[in-house]
Design a protein around this ligand. Structure first.
Ligand SMILES: NC(=O)c1ccc[n+]([C@@H]2O[C@H](COP(=O)([O-])OP(=O)(O)OC[C@H]3O[C@@H](n4cnc5c(N)ncnc54)[C@H](OP(=O)(O)O)[C@@H]3O)[C@@H](O)[C@H]2O)c1
Length: 293
């Protein structure tokens, strides 16, 4: 069985490529932007079509235009990378009897609900990133009933720095920390994602939309504060564990509108697999046990 990973230099794609190498019976084929560039959807499809894969194989698409503000500035590029190219690749996979597991985002929702979003909840993106990612989800699902869209949120892990790394790194030299308190979601640890996403490689796994993240909900401020506490417990010499609250509405540097509350409900995944994602705090704690500045 072949597993082709698009976006294999990214935060999630690197973790999957590294972690899945241990599967003796699967051939892992990491594909970087240099090998398959989604900004030219036709060329990307042709590049992938030149590779040998077929029935029973899986393409995992972790590649995306993930700069939320950048997607507002170059809307056409965002649409090509996040929607058109995944659509073409999904149709190519369908024609070969392969399945695509396409990674989606919580930013397809407007964030106005006061409970975690289920797969049945209405999407209503507020940003061009969210709009193009939703278009990508729809293109992928329309190509085959076997295809999966897996929406994740607040991805962190050892392969590429994210919010938690930035706040801890800053606190090594600066005693003032601040983060938005009125925006909430669920962090997703890439080491956990690698275990959970392996379920989607099974031939019998039903197609459709899934939500996947660690359990529990937090604000960026809670998340940052807990990361600093974990760092301190693990001997990382941070100068503070207190994070001052900022309002989302005060983040003037943001170009795109961010949805305020986008925690994801993962019960569909749990019903199918019997796996209950562990709490985000456990995952962050573990992450900082092995953290390197
Ligand atoms: N990060 C989050 O908090 C978050 C939240 C919700 C959903 N997601 C979704 O999760 C998935 C993985 O995100 P991530 O955190 O791993 O993001 P990431 O680290 O930014 O990785 C994205 C990958 O896409 C690649 N890429 C960008 N433009 C490309 C192009 N034109 N052609 C081919 N590859 C291209 C990047 O390549 P380079 O390495 O060459 O730049 C990178 O490897 C994405 O679908 C994202 O929308 C992420």
């Amino acid at each position: 069985m072949k597993i082709l990973i698009l976006g294999s230099n990214g935060r999630l794609g690197s973790a999957l490529a590294r972690s899945w190498r241990k599967f003796a019976e699967k051939e892992i084929i990491p594909l970087t932007r240099a090998e398959v560039d989604l900004s030219d959807p036709e060329k990307a499809e042709a590049g992938l079509a030149a590779l040998e894969f077929g029935t029973g194989d899986v393409v995992v698409n972790c590649a995306a235009a993930t700069d939320v503000d950048g997607c507002e500035r170059d809307r056409d590029l965002a649409r090509r990378i996040n929607a058109e190219a995944p659509g073409r690749i999904a149709r190519l996979c369908a024609s070969r009897g392969a399945r695509i597991v396409h990674i989606g985002t919580d930013y397809v929702f407007d964030g106005m609900l006061d409970r975690p979003y289920t797969e049945e909840d209405q999407a209503n993106p507020l940003s061009h990133y969210g709009v193009t990612k939703l278009e990508g989800d729809r293109e992928v699902l329309a190509a085959s009933p076997l295809h999966c869209v897996v929406r994740v949120s607040w991805v962190f892990g050892p392969d590429k720095p994210s919010f938690v790394d930035a706040i801890v790194r800053r606190a090594l030299t600066n005693p003032d920390a601040a983060a938005v308190h009125d925006k909430t979601s669920s962090p997703s640890y890439t080491e956990d994602m690698a275990l959970w996403l392996a379920e989607f490689l099974k031939a019998e796994f039903p197609g459709g939309i899934y939500h996947l993240c660690n359990s529990g909900t937090c604000s960026w401020r809670d998340y940052g504060e807990y990361a600093l506490e974990c760092a301190q417990r693990n001997g990382i010499p941070v100068l503070t564990t207190t994070v001052a609250p900022l309002n989302l509405s005060d983040m003037k540097a943001f170009v795109a509108v961010r949805p305020p509350h986008t925690a994801l409900a993962t019960s569909k995944f749990t019903r199918l697999t019997g796996i209950t994602p562990r709490p985000w705090m456990e995952a962050v704690e573990e992450y900082f046990r092995h953290w390197q500045p």
